[in-house]
Design a protein around this ligand. Structure first.
Ligand code: IFM
Length: 409
């Protein structure tokens, strides 16, 4: 790693124009998303917790963006809730379009680059009743929505992420059966959903480009650093290669022609091995988050190095830790950023880093207990409180790098 030395001491300076920010998603922060499948599952008791008002970000977005500005962010990633915009098939709710116009305008007024996700795990109820992502028509429905968003709001969108984390969506909904539509080991449907999501991304990208050829379209892929448990064991190596291929590469291989940038969401490093179970894996790391996820910053370097082979600009669109006591977050952020820096030094075109998440929020089937936020949320009063680690991240954003004072941590 090459660090720069000046009169202040040693620092890691990121490239000029590097984007710094945080990410959220509609259902996790907005509250009252009455028309989607997660909301319905919550009411029917199919998931253990209800999102309710979540962080009431729907009403408090201006205050939240003011806090992001105070933390020196210059970019923000959020999702537009499809079920708000199109609560019935083909019916556009212009009041909601106006709401997201205000959201985007507020970010633009602050000089932020905007990253808009069009699908972040939730689906409109009408879409689900027509077979959801298993139905080929999903490609048409989703790309029609994508095009509509561009027609209405395109001039305020700098970067568009079509689908957030297709693989976790499929794994949790069709293999684990813990998320809507709650199918366990339904590999035939999983395959259909995978295929339709690939085609929906490609079609949405083409439809948007017909309207605005300069639009920047990408994906947010959850990339896992798979390593063979025993480097010398050819079977462990083969299994590691295959898991990497199916989880990290297959989707990206099929969308690369219709993609301008790749968003990397990085959380996991797994040692893959044969014994005692075929495809057994372990969360590995020296330390663990509150959710028991191993902390392994070097894995971010490896996934960035691999993703760079697609020849597209990369953004770290999510990286974060559940850490209620805020004891590990500073080291977590610094550790991962050092590896982002190293990748950049070696020629990888990484252009931004979004911490997950701006504030504590609804962590899907785990409810509200995991605390990922730079801002702590008091769910009774909806008050936001700066976590000490947010000050460290603010300093990094302000200096566009890791300053000498933080190099010793
Ligand atoms: O909260 C999620 C987010 O919705 C998608 N990426 C991983 C985050 C933490 O689990």
């Amino acid at each position: 790693m090459i660090a720069k030395r000046d009169e202040e001491g040693e620092s890691l300076q990121f490239p000029k124009g590097f984007l710094w920010g945080a990410a959220t998603s509609s259902h996790q922060v907005e509250g009252d998303n009455f028309h989607n499948d997660w909301w319905q599952a919550e009411q029917e008791g199919k998931v253990p917790f209800k999102s309710g008002k979540a962080c009431n970000h729907y009403e408090l977005f201006e205050e939240d963006f003011a806090l992001a500005e105070k933390m020196n962010h210059n970019a923000h990633r959020f999702s537009i809730e499809w079920s708000r915009i199109e609560p019935e098939e083909g019916t556009w709710n212009m009041r909601e379009v106006h709401h997201y116009r205000r959201v985007l305008q507020r970010l633009k007024d602050k000089g932020f680059k905007t990253f808009v996700t069009l699908h972040h795990f939730t689906n409109p109820l009408w879409f689900v009743s027509r077979g959801g992502w298993e139905n080929k028509q999903a490609i048409f429905y989703f790309s029609r929505f994508a095009r509509f968003i561009y027609e209405q709001l395109g001039e305020l969108i700098d970067f568009c992420i079509t689908i957030n984390e297709p693989l976790p969506y499929i794994a949790m909904g069709y293999r684990e059966g813990l998320w809507p539509p709650f199918r366990r080991s339904d590999y035939i449907s999983a395959f259909k959903v995978f295929n339709n999501m690939v085609l929906a991304h490609n079609q949405a990208s083409k439809s948007i480009k017909l309207f605005n050829p300069k639009a920047k379209i990408g994906i947010a892929a959850n990339l896992i650093d798979f390593q063979p448990r025993h480097r010398w064991n050819p079977i462990d190596r083969l299994i590691s290669f295959l898991t990497d291929y199916f989880w990290n590469r297959l989707f990206l291989d099929r969308i690369t022609k219709n993609t301008d940038f790749i968003g990397v969401n990085y959380y996991f490093h797994h040692h893959v091995h044969t014994a005692p179970f075929i495809f057994g894996k372990s969360h590995s790391g020296h330390e663990f988050s509150d959710m028991g996820w191993g902390i392994h910053p070097e894995g971010l370097y490896f996934v960035l190095k691999k993703a760079c082979h697609y020849g597209k600009p990369l953004f770290v669109t999510e990286n974060g830790i559940a850490d209620a006591k805020d004891e590990k977050r500073v080291n977590f952020i610094l550790g991962h950023l050092r590896y982002v820096y190293q990748a950049i030094q070696e020629g990888v075109d990484v252009r931004g880093y979004f911490y997950w998440s701006l504030m504590d929020n609804f962590e899907w089937a785990d409810g509200f207990w995991p605390r990922f936020g730079l801002l702590e949320v008091d769910y009774k009063t909806m008050k936001r409180i700066f976590r000490p680690s947010s000050k460290v991240f603010s300093e990094i954003c302000k200096r566009n790098g890791i300053p000498p004072t933080l190099m010793k941590i």
